[in-house]
Unconditional design. Sequence first.
Length: 437
Amino acid sequence: MKRKVLTAIITFLLTGAVVTAQRSVSLAECIQAAAGMHRLSGEPGRYSVIGELTAKNLKSSRLPTADAGAGIVYNSDIPDLRETLAGIPVPGLADLIPEVPHTQYRLTLELSQLIYDGGIVKEMRRVNEANTLVNRQLAEIELYSSAERVIACYYSILLLDRYNELLAGFMTSADARLAAVRSAISAGVLTEPDYDMIYAGRLTLSGKAADNRNLARSLREILSGMTGIAFDDSTELLTEKDDWYAPEEIGTGDLLRPELKLFDLTAGQLEAGEKLTVALRKPKVYGFATLGYGNPPGNNFFRDAFEPYFVTGASVRWNIYDWNRSKREREILKVKREITGSRRSDAEEKLLRMIAAKLTEIENLENAIATGEELVILRRRISLSASSKFENGTITAAEFISITAGEQEAVTELEIRKVNLMKARSEYLYMCGMEII
């Protein structure tokens, strides 16, 4: 019997723990999850793979190359030394010269080695690295932009949750007021129309709460689709702590936005292109060797037999004049770098103006919250006084509802400003490119 009672107690405690457990999610977790759910989340890694493969190809261009070939050539006209030597008065001399074959057969293995390339491979590797960084950053910008949508949805849900909490409190007060009014009606102090007016206000609050729950549920589904996190009505959205980072004025060097980093990487990409253009004009030295088997062997045209042969040597190539094409290419890249720098400065100035406006918004909200807290205290005192007068029948139900509506409006506005302040602070961090907590 005791064992059964103990088992029942343990089961009750565990069940209660499961029922009361509430999952909580922070804004930072949602942003991180949304970036992972984005369709482009794998692109930075893919661009890294492309860059690595390209780098290996560039590295292998410094290795020797080997090409196998085969061919057969028929010449209608060939040199015939016998006719030339026939005029020499030496009997049998022309017969000693073999006839050059009309058909040539070749089976070759050609080897080539780049000895000096003027730094082309080195500069191409730098261009490849710059291209990889730019492509990765473009994908990072797309992923970063998802945070803005998450912030808007997150705080919209939080605002509705806060409003629903207020509505629940208002309805609890209305229920208590209805009970008091019923007692006052029994005592002959109030009348049924007074009860109806209070009850109508209670129904209005109930309708607003139902609408807010439906809207919050829809927004949770949207946030779940963006983040892959399962949300329900019991999921708690965490808010900032009291020791949260306080926004402050920042300078140009403090901006960490990925768009600005992209401008810097693009400038580096263009600079690498300039250096590559210079390297392309430098001389290049190659070594080569040909191992063959043919008839005639090599250039021994008087040998009518299949034999091996080889040819080896080195060559230099230098484009000494290109009609100023490379010079114009460098000028084009230089102008593009200047354009990139101008666009970066413009984007930076716009961001600083937006951040300054956001700081002003934060300051205004902080001041409004301080004023709103004082107003709520005052409105509550007025409502308590009106409640006593209403129960004593000295004011009408309409007057009482008007006074309490002022308190509810003040409380609601205060909570809206608090949520908007948290949202503005998160947006400030997003604008600066800082980590959102």
